[in-house]
Design a protein. Structure first.
Length: 245
């Protein structure tokens, strides 16, 4: 049975974070792997994506994926946008078209779902360390504004990701993150340097004037039964953040 975690976005937007449960993939991708790039059987990934589309009340071919590159690229999409292959070279998708499901994939990076219900604009962003520091969330908000959204009318939900107590990085990398994005440096339980993706994203969104910022899902590394984690398992699948109008 699928376990989709609701994002709690305001209607007419809806959003979910998919977990590992309920799919067709075998180990080490068990079970609801949505990633085409991880050497899982493509037929199983297609089946998993269809299951998610139907659970979200969408047509089988209504999901639009980003071919993520850990950058700050954003694409505004509609019904003519690529499906199976995804939109190349971007880490965020924005739409004002009802009936499309925008999906970003993650396995420790931070998926962020955004919606301005009044303007009828939604977005999904993949905010890993590099993308977060190079401005993927700021670029996403800019693209939403061009479709009529406002920061104060926007709600953002941060999904499951590696937490600051687990995401260990070299000290110089943590220092660089803090210089570029104050509030993003963390400390692991062992007392070593880390990056706190959720704290950094929260700082960006609040600094941009986003009206509501919440978080669901917790830490990917700490919940192996629920979330995929590349840092924990290396060979693994990908869960998704999905938003629709």
């Amino acid at each position: 049975m699928l376990d989709l975690v609701p994002a709690g976005l305001p209607a007419p937007a809806s959003g979910w974070f998919t977990s590992r449960a309920g799919g067709t993939s075998g180990a080490p991708y068990a079970a609801l792997n949505l990633g085409m790039h991880v050497d899982d059987q493509r037929s199983r990934v297609h089946a998993n994506r269809r299951l998610v589309a139907r659970a979200a009340g969408l047509d089988d071919d209504a999901l639009v994926f980003a071919q993520q590159v850990h950058g700050a690229g954003v694409a505004v999409v509609d019904r003519s946008s690529g499906r199976d292959g995804g939109v190349a070279g971007v880490d965020a998708l924005v739409t004002a078209t009802p009936g499309l499901g925008l999906v970003v994939l993650a396995a420790d990076c931070l998926p962020v779902l955004l919606a301005d219900a009044g303007a009828g604009v939604v977005a999904a962003a993949h905010a890993g360390r590099q993308g977060l520091l190079t401005g993927v969330l700021e670029a996403t908000l800019t693209a939403m504004r061009e479709l009529g959204a406002t920061p104060e009318g926007t709600s953002a939900v941060l999904g499951p990701a590696a937490c600051g107590a687990c995401y260990e990085v070299p000290q110089d990398m943590a220092d660089e993150a803090e210089r570029r994005l104050p509030g993003s440096r963390g400390t692991t339980r062992q007392g070593t340097a880390s990056v706190d993706l959720a704290a950094g994203a929260h700082a960006v969104l609040r600094g941009a004037g986003v009206g509501a910022v919440t978080a669901v899902g917790g830490c990917t590394l700490e919940q192996p039964e629920r979330w995929f984690s590349y840092r924990r398992d290396r060979t693994t699948g990908r869960h998704g953040g999905l938003v629709r109008l």
